[in-house]
Design a protein around this ligand. Structure first.
Ligand SMILES: [Zn+2]
Length: 270
């Protein structure tokens, strides 16, 4: 469920404006509820795992960007660890939105006819993306990060300033540029100019630019291996010990996680 789709053209423009405003307010409401200030960046994976008791599994070579699964009563977010890390964090926030607001709608959607269902899913996906935008980088925090760069004339913003800001929010380069345009810091032509250094056909160009400017390109790179939280592995091990898990499920998890649950250490990293 909730496989990521990028066809939002079916959401009418006026509705997009309305949904975006709602998603922004929802993102701030959730931040406030969990006590994360609106003027600060956050560690999305840590927040999801600690504040919402949801495990985030970053798995290499998933066929999609991310999805939500239930393991008994435990909610899991699967993220494609082969995508750039900045994008993985964005996907994590997107999936969190589905958990907070959409999980109970799945049954309602089943009652709709095909077109109504498509509309409902398009709206839901659009909303989850806007939630991710503002949950990760609220206007207030983003504005503060621009001021912190010491720039007094926004026309002078260069890729290195974007690198500094994206390092704070753990966002991709393109996403950072897009958000700065959204809050009025970058004009549309500046956005297009700055975005042009990030090209899917030549990802090394941006990576080298970052390295040359003295920045770590981690956010533009995939994870070297899958990352599964220790808590999750321990809960599976305990279920195995207490015979609370089927052999079929253990085999499934072994396959997807490349973990031998009988050994002491999984291949997870920090
Ligand atoms: Zn989604």
């Amino acid at each position: 469920m909730f496989k990521r789709s990028f066809k939002y053209t079916d959401v009418p423009d006026p509705l997009k404006i309305q949904l975006e405003a709602e998603a922004e307010q929802f993102a701030y409401k959730i931040r406030t509820e969990i006590g994360v200030p609106l003027d600060q960046p956050l560690d999305i994976i840590e927040i999801i795992e600690e504040k919402f008791n949801v495990y985030v599994l970053q798995i290499k070579d998933l066929k999609v960007s991310g999805f939500v699964r239930m393991s008994g009563k435990q909610k899991l977010i699967f993220i494609n660890a082969s995508e750039p890390l900045g994008r993985q964090y964005y996907t994590a926030a997107h999936e969190l939105c589905h958990i907070l607001r959409d999980l109970n709608k799945v049954k309602e959607h089943e009652k709709l006819d095909e077109n109504e269902k498509k509309d409902a899913i398009n709206k839901m996906e659009f909303f989850a993306n806007k939630f991710a935008d503002y949950f990760i980088s609220p206007r207030e925090a983003l504005a503060k990060s621009v001021i912190d760069t010491g720039i007094t004339n926004f026309n002078e913003i260069k890729p290195k300033h974007i690198f500094t800001i994206q390092d704070k929010f753990k966002t991709s380069y393109r996403q950072t540029v897009r958000m700065l345009n959204k809050i009025g810091v970058l004009s549309d032509s500046q956005r297009d100019d700055l975005s042009s250094v990030s090209n899917a056909n030549d990802p090394d160009f941006l990576i080298n630019l970052m390295k040359d400017a003295g920045y770590n390109p981690l956010l533009s790179l995939p994870l070297a291996e899958s990352r599964v939280p220790d808590k999750f592995i321990n809960s599976i091990k305990s279920n195995i010990t207490n015979n609370r898990i089927s052999t079929k499920k253990i085999e499934y998890l072994k396959g997807i996680l490349s973990i031998d649950f009988n050994s002491e250490d999984g291949p997870h990293n920090e």
